[in-house]
Every structure is written in C-alpha cells, then in structure tokens.
Design a protein around this ligand. Structure first.
Ligand code: GAL
Length: 506
C-alpha cells in the first residue's frame, strides 16, 4: 500500500484529535428521516457586501461599522464588501449544488427591499432576491428565508427601532412585501434570527448594532417588540397568504446547560437559564402568549427591590397574548455549545439580565477550543438540548438552522471542523433515532467565510474559504465541505464509511 504524504501528515493529527476527546461516544451508523433538510446558512450583512449598491438603504450595521475608532469591530473592519455574494450569487449557488444541499438559508436585507424601512420599494433589491431564488430553484435547491438577521434599516432606528412599539407595524409591512414578491417560490420562512442575541448584544451590552448599553431595561423592551413583530408577521401570512402553502417559524439560540453540581440550587439554575435564554421567546410564541413565570416573578421582584415603579419586563395585553400564542409552525434552533451552570447570587442593586437570571457559567477546560472565545466543542449537548426542547415545548418540528465552528486561519484541511460536524450531527441522529425527537433538518453555519460581526474577519466559520485580501473574493471548498457533501449524500452515517480523516483527498 502506498501511503500518500498527505495521509502521513494528517493521520497522526486525526488520531490525536480522537484520543484527546474523553467525552467522545461511538458513532451511530444510521440514516436520517426522509426529506430531511440538508442545508447551509448565511445572512445578508455577513456575506452580501454591496452595502450601498443599486438603491440599498443604510442599515444599523452599516452605521455601526462605519463609526470607527471605538473598537466596535476587530480592526475597524466592516461588511461593505464582505464575501461579495451580491455579485457572486451564481457561483455560490453552484458551490451549494456541488455540495448537494437540499436547502440554502439566507436572509433578506430589509434595506434592499425598502431602503427607508417602510414606504417606497426598491425594485433592484427585489430583483436581486428574485434572481437568487430562481437560481437556487433552477439548481434543485429550496430557499429557506430569514426576514430579519440583525440589519435593521437605519431610518427605522432613527424612529426608535426595536424600542418603539410601532416596529410591529413596520415589520408587518416589510413581511407583506416579502410574501408578495417571493412567496410564490419561498415556502419556508423564518421571521427573526436569534432575538435574544439582538436584544442582549444590541441593547444590554452594546457590542452589536445599534450599540446601546442599557443593561436590564432596553433589552427587555427590544425583546418584547420582537415578539410582537414576529407574531404579526406570522398572523399576516395566514390571514393573507395562506394559499402560498408555506411554513413560518422563528429561529432561537440556546446553549445546552449542564449543572455544575447536583445541588437543588444548581439544578434549578439550569431551568432558569433555559427559561431566560430560550423561554423568553419560546414560551410566549409556543405556549401561552406570555413570558415564563420565573422571568415575570424574578424581574418584578428585583425591579421593586431596586425602586422601579413597575417591572423592567414589559407586559403584554390580553389581546396581544392571544395574538402571540401559537405562532410558529416550527422552531429553528441555532446551536453551538454547552455551558456549565451554577446558581449565583448577584447584588440586589445590580440591574442587568445576568443578575436577573442569577446564574454563573463556566466551561470544561478539556473541551476543544474554537476560534471564538465564547464557545468550545462539546458534542453531547445538542442531543440533550433537543430533549430539553421537547420536554418543555412538546413535539414541535425542530430545524437546526445553524451549527458549526470557527477558526482563525481558515485552513483548507479543517480537520477539527470535520470532527465537530461528525460528532454533533451524530448526536443529533441519536436524538432522532434513540430519543424520538422531531428534528427535520440541519443547516451548517456557515456556507462560506464571512463578516463575523464584532470579530470581523478574524473568525472564520466557512465551509468555503474566502480570500478577503483579493478584490475578486475567490472561494475554495474546505475539507469540511467535502465531508458534509458525503454525509448529506448518504443521508447520514454508513457503517462501511472510512473515517473521513483517512479517505479524504485534501
Ligand atoms: C449566530 C448568528 C450568526 C453567526 C453565528 C456564529 O449567533 O446567527 O450570524 O454569526 O452566530 O457566531
């Protein structure tokens, strides 16, 4: 047998990866259910570029990244050009086809469609998405479309943005235009991407646009109006566009929580974490139109101790609760990692989301690191999380709308990323086959290297390498894209698979 130089170099690395991971479980060799979505995801601001082209309006991310000198973004980078998918969408679709994707998730830039957020439409922007959708369909790939992935029109921010109750009207108007223009071909809609991150990063910590630092107050208002806006867009679909026969859901983010000790306090801290993180949005939308009781009680109590005249958590009217309850056909989950959680008592005067939750978090130092400080590699969490979602919300169809890992280099032989995908997807398979959780699809994040928000280009999540130093933004498939191509094609894990580390031509 002739062993290639590449194998000689990479085999020891693969073995090292496997040996180091003490929590690794055996692979389950089985397939996924039929008609499973095998996708990859992107978002408009992160990949499109063309920030001021063809009549597009300014978004809060344009404003935020152009406000240089304040450390908003790594090296003051911006998404003006990003991966240039606005001009290179045909090439992207070809790469998606090469991977055998059944679905491609992208978001619409609100400012391309309605440059001022409401009012006059921009036909060139509408044409762009028509072209992208048509190109996908012509290549046998279904579009999965997110209406809002954090790039609010600046014109609406100037009117109060997510802190204004009127945003539910503005979002409904925007959703109507999208359903009208694209709904004949788009059958899978996600209203909002990760409202928890929009609220916390954008309004509590000020580390995402619009950069508001108002802990414990503004994030709850921004969250409140996101829930109202989501529900309005959902209801609109069934009131006026039901004949399009699509589905509408929302994408939430959650990290699986393991309790640090078996103490009742730590076990309860995990429940609180789930309720404040995911339940904040999932409970109103999937259960009863209102926040989890633990959020209502704790924020009311702490607010009164702090001298506020009313709870910092806004209240829904009874009409709103009725409007909000049961407004998702599916739950999208963006899943990345596990946290170790313990009960933590904060100072009563601390006005913040973390103090309201009352938990501390840590990570196991033995878990592999990634290119992002906020997460490490822990595969079993995704299976546990799927079970938690079913326990809390019943048998809703779940789609993993993002999952993936970052590095700094963007190397093409991205073996740790293969490791991540292999073990996370296998844990997802166990959730489906062994636990019977109703998971219907999986989208890798990200289809290509992109603009990673405050981290700029310093963190790469792509299945395809993008050279950001080249004005042409050339793309090159990484080994992970080849691995997923095979896994997607097989619809799962096949017993006689060779380990990808052994058979991959890199
Ligand atoms: C998600 C977000 C994506 C991407 C990813 C990796 O929270 O939806 O846009 O940035 O995280 O950090």
């Amino acid at each position: 047998m002739i062993v290639s130089f590449k194998k000689l170099v990479f085999l020891p690395l693969c073995l090292a990866l496997v040996r180091g991971q003490s929590i690794e479980e055996d692979i389950l060799y089985e397939t996924f259910p039929e008609n499973f979505h095998w996708g990859a995801a992107t978002s408009a601001y992160q990949v499109e570029g063309a920030w001021d082209v063809d009549g597009k309006g300014v978004s809060i991310w344009d404003t935020y990244t152009h406000d240089v000198g304040h450390g908003h973004v790594f090296q003051d980078q911006n998404g003006d050009i990003a991966s240039d998918s606005y001009h290179k969408y045909k090439e992207d679709v070809q790469l998606a086809k090469d991977m055998g994707l059944t679905n491609y998730r992208f978001s619409i830039a609100w400012t391309r469609i309605l440059p001022q957020g409401i009012g006059e439409k921009n036909q060139a922007g509408i044409d762009y998405y028509n072209n992208l959708i048509d190109e996908l369909l012509a290549n046998g790939i279904k579009p999965t479309v997110t209406l809002y992935h954090w790039d609010l029109p600046q014109a609406l921010e100037d009117l109060g943005g997510w802190l204004s109750p009127e945003i539910a009207d503005w979002f409904e108007e925007y959703a109507r235009v999208c359903y009208q223009e694209f709904g004949d071909r788009v059958k899978f809609w996600i209203t909002l991407n990760e409202p928890q991150v929009s609220a916390i990063n954008g309004y509590e910590q000020g580390i995402n646009a619009p950069g508001i630092l108002d802990p414990g107050i503004s994030p709850y208002i921004a969250g409140h109006h996101q829930i109202r806006a989501h529900a309005r867009a959902y209801r609109l679909y069934y009131d006026e566009f039901a004949d399009q026969k699509g589905q509408v859901g929302i994408t939430l983010n959650i990290h699986h929580a393991q309790h640090l000790t078996e103490s009742p306090e730590d076990v309860e801290a995990v429940e609180r974490w789930n309720d404040f993180f995911m339940g904040w949005f999932a409970h109103p939308i999937l259960v009863n139109g209102n926040y989890p009781q633990v959020m209502i009680d704790r924020i009311a109590l702490r607010s009164s101790e702090q001298g506020f005249l009313q709870s910092r958590l806004p209240q829904f009217t009874s009409e709103e609760m009725e409007m909000i309850a049961n407004t998702a056909d599916f739950i999208g989950i963006n899943y990345y990692t596990t946290e170790i959680i313990f009960n933590q008592i904060y100072n009563a005067s601390d006005v913040s989301y973390n103090a309201d939750i009352g938990v501390g978090t840590t990570k196991d130092p033995t878990w592999y690191t990634t290119g992002s400080k906020w997460f490490r590699v822990e595969p079993t969490g995704i299976r546990n999380m799927m079970n938690t979602i079913r326990r809390k919300y019943g048998d809703y169809p779940i789609y993993i709308t993002e999952n993936g890992m970052s590095d700094h280099l963007g190397n093409l032989d991205d073996l740790t990323r293969i490791y991540y995908y292999k073990h996370y997807i296998n844990q997802l398979l166990k959730a489906i086959r062994w636990d019977g959780v109703n998971v219907r699809g999986y989208y890798a994040w990200c289809f290509l290297d992109n603009f990673e928000w405050g981290a700029g280009h310093s963190q790469r999540f792509g299945l395809h390498y993008v050279d950001f130093n080249d004005t042409e933004r050339p793309r090159t498939p990484k080994a992970s894209s080849k691995y997923l191509t095979q896994l997607y094609h097989q619809n799962g894990f096949v017993q006689n698979d060779e380990d990808p580390c052994l058979n991959m031509e890199i």
